[in-house]
Design a protein around this ligand. Sequence first.
Ligand SMILES: [Zn+2]
Length: 629
Amino acid sequence: MHRTLLITILITIHIFFVLGVSLAAEPKVEGSQLVSKRYDEAKFYYNQLQTNAKLSATRDNWLKGTRNFRRIYLSSPKSTFAPACLYMLGRLYRDMFEAFTLPIDIDESVSYYKDIVRLFPQHKLADDAYFQLASIFIKKNEPKKAAEYLVEIVTNYSNGDMHSQAEDMLKVLSKEHDIALPKVMVSATGDNNLSYVLPVKYWSSDHYTRVVIMASGPVNYKEVLLEETKNTPRRLYIDFKDSYIEPQYRAPVPIKDGLLEQIRTGQFSPDTVRVVLDIESIGSYKIFSLPDPFRVVIDVRGKGHEDLEQVAVTEIPKIEQEQQKNKPKLETPSSSEIVVLKPSKKKAVTVSESDTTPSSVVAKKDKDTRNDPKTNPLSLAQQLGLGVKKIVLDPGHGGKDPGAMAFKLKEKDIVLKVAQTLAPVLEKALGCEVILTRDKDVFVSLEERTAIANTENADLFISLHVNAHPSQKVRGLETYYLNLTTNAEAMRVAALENATSTHQMSDLQDILSDIMKNSKIEESSRLAQQVHNSILDEAAAKGYADIKNLGVKQAPFYVLIGAQMPAILIELAFITNKDDVQNLNDPAFIRLLTQEIADGIHNYVSSTTAQFQAFNFTQDEADSGAEAM
Ligand SMILES: [Zn+2]
């Protein structure tokens, strides 16, 4: 008994030892032979499912087929057969979906193909799996998703057997579904001088939206406005020639602000990027480009906001003339249609008929927009520069852009301090809201600053800067508003603030006249003059008489382009001049500066009101005046 047991144990140990040695010597051959055999059997059963109608009629048999491969995979998930098992599982479930149309089967198929590309991206079946995924999503009528998988093949498996098929399929998708071709296919055309179009940025409100598209270099572009059709909304598209946009930047950008529905971007053809603005309802748009870095700016305005220049203060005499020529009949206004301006209150109010007084001006709202809740036209008060409720203060530069530097000072720090001191002074002096384009040391692009003022529907825009000059002797105050210029010094300052060359600036002047149709040049000029004089007069009275008056000037500052309210840019002092810097370091001077800017703005508002009241309209004239608008 004992002897038998001992022998048994010895034999067992021996067998174990021999097997162990054998496994250690040739483990892979032994293991893979076994897996290979089981894989062949599973494949044989799969082929039977394909050829034997009786066998394939029953779903259970298909499930048995999947179990065969799944068992092999789970027992040796790192064997050389693992990717093939996953691939066969993807195939089986797809066949099952074709046979039984259960959505769960196609989902299973997709997840097995995805497992292959995730777990075995280097395997020769990876690109086949991508191709299978693409074909599934084409059948699912999801061409964009399908294209993503095909792009993987042409980009990362250029030597694989699916490459040319994937390219052909992508070309078809590109044509039929406006899907962009990947960079490798675009570059293959031989033109490697494409500019890169960067992700679209936008700032939005219910009355104004600014869209900015940057590119890696100057690009020729053209815009086309397409009217609404049965199946497509009204849309504005911009084609960028010789351009390419990376696939990750092509997702549609939803906006839905009442003006724009969304922005779509795509590689329209191998060398053309198309940006499409799907329009909900707009009154007008302006498009222009700025250099360094190259960007295209699209300003979209809502209905009732499109033709501001027609009601500028300086246009009032024209209205009077029109009254003389052609006096329309007096209409009885209904309360739902009128905006009544009471100059003494400096704000627009909607009142019932009984509230109208002979001294009031009655203006009719745009007939097309008065019933549209999405549009919010500027009040007459705002259009005339009265009743300032909101001011946007713009401390220049910030973050990576220090502005001018000298005497260990940075322009960005000085103007931020001035803006932060000025804001509460303005709020108190005018009882208005003040918004800063930045309240800390961050970079804000020039086009964003204007966009903030417009989307906020601000009444005034004040940009604060500090000047610099190669000669340390040059000092003084100069105040700018937007316009063309022939003055070399004004051009130099604008080029400095625009971070571009004077050469680029003269190119810009050619197109600026069109852009400026929405700008309030006359009012901006008066605002600049008031603020400028206010600072100089009081500075002289308070012992800063040596501040040089460099005058009110005009120049094409990018930050002022497109501003739909009176807008000025103040160059407070020269950072390169010792005396000016001494003033800037003096808290008393900063207090004086901010107080006088506020006073200047106050004077501007008062003088505008006075100018307005001087017309002293009667009710009758007012009605006809409103008609003329
Ligand atoms: Zn500056």
